[in-house]
Write a protein that binds this ligand. Structure first.
Ligand SMILES: [Fe+2]
Length: 336
């Protein structure tokens, strides 16, 4: 195994130095803007397979959800989610379909190319299945970044493998293009995270989440950044530096949003204690944050329904992943 770094080191230094160079591929755009959409990473047929698996998963809870009946697109017919469709509980991060997506050869290749190395760890992050036009939830933008101001440089790159078509009215990722490059400048002044009524619950604070105010959004725009809604085709992957301001737009069109969040970083970034904790999470089928190598906070919070633990709570996936070498290495369980 490669050498590891301590938690103190990860908080205070840049973890990777990228030489100024031209790659002649999507990496050029990524390093210029801090984000990039990579088209056709998996085939449309494969993307449809994942859509079907996600719908099948929702139906396994037996709460009456029917993807063809809009009247069932409400909380009482769905497992408990965050922001209208992000699933972190119920061992969802370890469902077979999640690990199948993480181990799609083309997905792994992208992260290998990005970091320039092959020994990677993958996050135990959630998926997003958001039915459109929900009448039982309200939504407002919650611009944030998922890297705290004490972690400098590019320390994590988040990804999202998209399964369903999404245009302007559909749900999707909204990014402040270019904002990652202004991270140090923004935080060189004392900044207080802005909390409003739509702030994430305290249990999600571990994500290193910083919430931006409307004034902050303007600050980035004045510096030349632009807020863009990323429209994607089935099979596309979007990458964004964790210092990038972003949020998810709730779907308003006809299309259910289907997404798997995937983040991979070099294993050598992880401390021994974080690797141990990650293994414990894997053994217990627990999710963690989007960070693969640190912030390994076991998602032990129970999904709550009407003030009590959801009766559908579960501590293992419906379909367990195949425990092959690729899965075990990305999970940090097996040495490279
Ligand atoms: Fe985020």
């Amino acid at each position: 195994m490669s050498s590891t770094v301590t938690e103190t080191e990860t908080k205070s230094c840049d973890l990777v130095t990228f030489k100024a160079q031209t790659y002649g591929d999507w990496r050029d755009e990524f390093h210029k803007n801090g984000c990039v959409v990579i088209p056709n990473v998996i085939s449309p047929e494969r993307a449809q397979y994942y859509c079907d698996k996600q719908i099948e998963w929702l139906k396994k809870f037996d709460l009456g959800f029917d993807e063809k009946d809009e009247s069932t697109w409400t909380a009482e017919h769905l497992p408990i989610s965050f922001k209208g469709g992000m699933y972190f509980a119920y061992s969802a991060p370890h469902e077979k379909m999640a690990w199948e997506a993480r181990t799609e050869p083309a997905v792994i290749e992208i992260f290998e190319k990005l970091w320039g190395e092959k020994e990677l760890l993958c996050s135990f992050d959630g998926m997003n299945i958001s039915p459109p036009r929900r009448k039982d939830i309200s939504w407002s933008p919650w611009p944030h970044c998922d890297q705290n101001q004490n972690r400098k440089g590019m320390q994590a790159v988040q990804g999202l493998l998209n399964y369903a078509p999404n245009g302007s009215d559909d749900g999707g990722l909204v990014l402040m293009k270019g904002s990652s490059l202004l991270f140090n400048e923004f935080f060189s002044q004392k900044r207080q995270s802005f909390c409003h009524e739509d702030a994430p619950p305290p249990e999600l604070e571990y994500m290193d989440l910083f919430l931006f105010s409307d004034k902050d959004v303007e600050w980035f725009k004045e510096k030349g950044c632009s807020l863009i809604k990323v429209n994607m085709n089935p099979g596309d992957l979007v990458l964004w530096d964790s210092r990038t301001m972003h949020y998810a737009k709730l779907p308003e069109g006809d299309q259910i949003r289907h997404v798997q969040y995937i983040c991979m970083t070099p294993k050598r970034f992880a401390s021994e204690s974080d690797l141990k904790l990650k293994k414990e999470c894997f053994d217990k089928w627990l999710g963690t944050t989007h960070w693969p190598h640190c912030n390994i906070r076991p998602a032990k919070e129970k999904p709550m329904r009407n003030g009590v633990v959801c009766p559908k709570d579960r501590d293992e996936p419906f379909e367990k992943p195949e425990l092959n070498d690729t899965v075990l290495r990305l999970a940090g369980v097996k040495d490279y």
